[in-house]
Write a protein that binds this ligand. Structure first.
Ligand code: SF4
Length: 204
């Protein structure tokens, strides 16, 4: 899925910009089975916002939370190394806020890429997003380095004590997501072929 030109472009654009970070901390519970280093990005582009959102303080794209990307990478790697000195396998969890917002998604991607290249299977990268699989088809970043996803809005009426916290949300592996994306792509191709300008869609 990853394209060389796209990644080179991402790298060069990161040199002139900074991610918005609310907090980075070691957590239990952001991943369903692994201890994690959780990166909470600042800024959420869901509209309207989810009723009952647990992190409303992360909504605003507030530039006061801008941090040096290299610092974020170094800090994340140091915390992961610390966790891996106790556990065989851990998670890097990207959440917020919305890690896949236009403002932060290139950094989420590059952070995941760097971590996977260093730690490989020792670190599972989980990303939370209010977006649906269909929305991910339109993203301008590759999805290769995110191992797992929690997709969908938090909805208070579907709240539960299990994982994910809202029963409507989908917890997917990368392989499961890619299968869904393939189906969606094929479906849209069929629709494009079937319906042409000037076609009579109904004779009634
Ligand atoms: S997407 Fe996440 S941060 Fe944004 S409103 Fe919904 S629950 Fe809150």
């Amino acid at each position: 899925m990853e394209q060389k030109g796209q990644v080179a472009e991402l790298f060069s654009s990161l040199m002139f910009d900074e991610p918005l970070l609310r907090v980075l901390r070691v957590m239990q519970g952001d991943h369903p089975s692994l201890p994690s280093v959780s990166v909470y990005f600042q800024g959420c582009d869901a509209f309207p916002k989810c009723l009952g959102c647990h992190n409303p303080e992360t909504w605003e794209f507030d530039e006061r939370f801008a941090i040096d990307f290299r610092h974020l990478v170094e800090h994340t790697i140091a915390k992961l190394r610390l966790l891996l000195s106790t556990y065989d396998k851990v998670a890097l969890v990207l959440l917020g806020g919305e890690p896949l917002s236009v403002r932060n998604r290139r950094f989420a991607y590059m952070l995941a890429k760097t971590v996977k290249e260093i730690f490989q299977e020792q670190v599972v990268v989980l990303v939370y997003s209010w977006r649906s699989p269909k929305d991910l088809l339109e993203l301008d970043i590759p999805l290769d380095y995110f191992d797992e996803y929690v997709l969908g809005r938090y909805m208070k009426k579907y709240h539960r004590d299990g994982f994910p916290a809202s029963a409507n949300q989908m917890y997917l592996t990368k392989e499961e997501l890619f299968k869904i994306l393939e189906i969606l792509k094929n479906k849209s191709k069929v629709q494009k072929v079937d319906i042409k300008k000037g076609d009579v869609l109904c004779n009634c």
